[in-house]
Design a protein around this ligand. Structure first.
Ligand code: KG4
Ligand code: ZN
Length: 347
């Protein structure tokens, strides 16, 4: 069963074709980094316009790379939230038109469910149950995943997402946008224990996260450092980046392990853009192997936003009988729902 998946939730226009929820036949992404780079962050109005410009060629690219025609598709899955409303609307209305004209079923997908299920695009996915940490520019959430469509939220960020903190600190350090990958590269030449930035563990039992205090602490440190220390060379920009990165990783790894202990689940899945971070992967692998926990991460192309994870999620919803109606709307905030009973067909 071939599903076309579309994601336009933020600043990437993505389309992919996935067969039977597991086999990626194509995965096309048009990144808008160049458009937003001068502004140091995503400009929602510009993102919507770029999606409008790119959606048709990106879908065409996904189909031709898969070697398929529209008539070979059995469904179209599209992200309906969470995300930027103007961006989501482009993908959803394109999908509605596509489904209606070509008489194929449409399925609405939660972007975070897409990130969780991205691990099933890899050859050796985990068995259920597992703990998933989706850590990206917009989200930092821990889930107990018992099956396809069965997700319990264990904790989430109370303020900034971890990727957002990487991006904001990169901006403070004049490293450009997006900041995660640049910060990681710079950190390799810095000393991670140079500056003791705060770690927000919250209450001892809490599986929630908070990164805004850390970001403020880095901002205060940097302004003082620029006034007093920068020229002396005792602390380099790379030391600040590395110390920040260790503070984020300490908290992510700690809460991940706590969730595994609390639930007694010994498989964990790291997903979302920040999951590209090699230092995070390494730290997680080390602590997990000490504790007999198995760690899974998708390849970087499936960690950052992509249509393949949406197609995979849509496939599982579809085989459970779910269909979206043409009146479906986008949602900026959207808790992941279990599978719904059969809803009206869109044809
Ligand atoms: O999943 P994603 O592509 O989009 C959202 O759903 O937000 O994640 C993008 C985020 C950005 O904040 C980016 O800075 C971060 O992932 N990121 C990284 C790395 N690569 C991307 N953060 C830390 N280290 C990286 N190597
Ligand atoms: Zn994402």
């Amino acid at each position: 069963m071939n599903i076309l998946g579309i994601d336009t939730s933020c600043d990437d226009t993505s389309a992919a074709v996935v067969s039977d929820g597991y086999h990626v036949l194509s995965n096309a992404v048009n990144s808008q980094i160049k458009v937003h780079h001068p502004y140091g962050g995503v400009v929602p109005e510009l993102a919507s316009r770029e999606h409008i410009r790119n959606i048709v060629p990106v879908v065409q690219e996904a189909l031709s790379a898969a070697g398929l025609k529209v008539r070979d598709l059995h469904g179209i899955a599209v992200t309906v939230g969470p995300g930027l409303i103007g961006s989501l609307l482009v993908g959803l209305y394109y999908a509605k038109g596509f489904a209606y004209v070509n008489h194929i079923p449409m399925i609405g997908v939660n972007h975070l469910e897409g990130h969780i299920l991205s691990i099933f695009l890899e050859e050796k996915p985990p068995r259920f149950p597992f703990i998933a940490l989706t850590v990206s520019g917009g989200h930092t959430s821990l889930y107990h995943v018992k099956d396809f469509g069965n997700y319990t939220l264990l904790g989430q960020t109370l303020d900034d997402a971890a990727g957002e903190a990487f991006d904001k600190v990169a901006k403070i350090l004049d490293l450009g946008y997006p900041g995660g990958a640049v910060m990681e590269r710079l950190s390799q030449t810095g000393q991670g224990d140079k500056i003791p930035f705060p770690r927000a563990y919250l209450s001892p039992e809490s599986l929630d996260f908070s990164f805004s205090g850390l970001k403020t602490s880095v901002a205060l440190y940097v302004s003082k450092w620029r006034e007093e220390e920068e020229g002396k060379g005792a602390v380099k920009v790379a030391d600040i980046a590395a110390s920040f990165q260790e503070a984020v990783i300490d908290v992510l790894v700690h809460k991940f392990m706590m969730a595994s202990d609390k639930t007694g689940v010994a498989s964990i899945v790291l997903a979302g853009g920040v999951a590209c971070n090699k230092r995070l992967r390494e730290r997680l692998r080390d602590i997990a192997s000490e504790r007999g926990v198995e760690v899974y991460y998708p390849r970087p192309a499936y960690c950052t936003d992509n249509g393949a994870m949406i197609a995979a999620s849509g496939y599982h919803r579809m085989i459970h009988g779910e269909r979206a109606s043409l009146s479906m709307d986008v949602r900026s905030k959207f808790p992941i729902q279990g599978y719904l009973s059969i809803t009206p067909q869109n044809t």
